[in-house]
Design a protein around this ligand. Structure first.
Ligand SMILES: [Zn+2]
Length: 347
């Protein structure tokens, strides 16, 4: 089985995002958001059948761990209550996709974060995602301010309520920023990669994994700059008298393969142990085009992994085994959803 651990619902029916605009506009005028829009199963089905499901089939992947659009989380907009309503709407929509396509999509949630608001306020939604919706993971935004980094670093006990709950539920978090509102950053070109790199360094200089030895975090987009600069991080660890990074971090931190060219993927697999790499493509996402040098989509990352000089057993770890290990509830949820009849299926 080929499991893509990083996909977002970038093709949701337009009324979903329209409601978000209305909600934020109403909030700015101290008014009430309108009622949530209705979306039929058929509308949702069409956006998936012509989108992510089509791409799965074209590329020969089987299952996507599917979460709300990351740039759309917009935790810097509105306040804690608008974030709560928006996270709830987004997660419910992901749950509907998973019910319509139970063999192809398993959910991961977004959290109702808001800058300056304790992430303790995310616990109820996290619990609902896992226990009611059967989601197997969640995206955790290390910078809800959208590029100003006004909240404490991930090393701070500020975040511990979320870590405690993740460990209790046995689900990992993907560390994933959202839209950048700081004009210095391009959302997917620099803010995402900065977020990945910054999170790694915050965790490296922390006692988070001593305090939560079972916590598992995925750093997406190939780990930002981390694998490319692995020598710098190892050298800094030496200066700071930290343990060897494999011992210090790699029981808890994993990287995905959302690196959009073969040389980058080769470097990732050369530097980072195979046990810490999870297959992902983030299709249909920020880089949807075709690479004129290869004639294939930049985000068709399976092609790069296929070409790596690794054994079949190691590739199986990247494509499937590691995801099942890191997402502790995944195997059970695959069995559960495999037994489901797709919602609204016509006989
Ligand atoms: Zn993403």
């Amino acid at each position: 089985m080929i499991i893509d651990c990083h996909g977002h619902y970038t093709t949701a029916p337009p009324q979903h995002e329209q409601w978000r605009h209305q909600q934020i506009e109403a909030h700015s005028k101290s008014g009430q958001a309108p009622p949530r829009p209705s979306m039929s199963d058929d509308e949702i089905r069409q956006t998936i059948a012509g989108g992510q499901l089509r791409v799965q089939r074209e590329r020969g992947t089987d299952l996507t761990i599917f979460s709300p659009r990351a740039a759309g989380m917009g935790h810097h907009l509105g306040d804690a209550s608008t974030s709560q309503a928006w996270a709830s709407a987004c997660n419910e929509l992901i749950h509907r996709v998973c019910k319509l396509f139970p063999r192809n999509f398993i959910g991961a949630g977004m959290l109702p974060q808001s800058p300056g608001v304790s992430p303790r306020n995310c616990i109820a939604e996290l619990d609902r995602c896992v226990n009611e919706y059967g989601f197997v993971g969640v995206n955790l935004n290390p910078d809800p301010s959208g590029g100003y980094w006004t909240d404490p670093p991930l090393s701070d006990s500020y975040w511990y309520p979320v870590y405690e709950k993740l460990v209790e539920l046995g689900v990992p978090a993907m560390i994933h920023v959202s839209h950048a509102c700081n004009p210095a950053y391009h959302t997917t070109g620099s803010h995402y990669l900065n977020g990945d790199t910054t999170a790694f360094m915050q965790l490296m200089t922390s006692t988070v994994f001593r305090d939560f030895p079972d916590l598992k975090l995925i750093i997406p987009h190939g780990g930002g700059a981390v694998p490319y600069h692995w020598g710098r991080f190892r050298g800094l660890a030496q200066v700071m008298k930290l343990p060897d990074l494999r011992e210090h971090l790699l029981k808890n931190i994993f990287f995905d393969t959302c690196v959009y060219h073969l040389p980058g993927q080769e470097l990732l697999a050369k530097v980072i142990p195979v046990d810490n790499i999870l297959f992902a493509s983030e299709m249909i996402g920020a880089v949807p085009g075709v690479d004129p040098e290869t004639g294939h989509n930049f985000d068709d990352t399976k092609r790069y992994v296929d070409q790596l000089p690794l054994s079949a057993a190691d590739k199986a770890k990247i494509f499937e085994g590691n995801a099942r290990r890191v997402f502790g509830r995944l195997t059970h949820q695959i069995e559960r959803q495999s037994a489901m009849e797709p919602a609204g299926a016509r006989s």
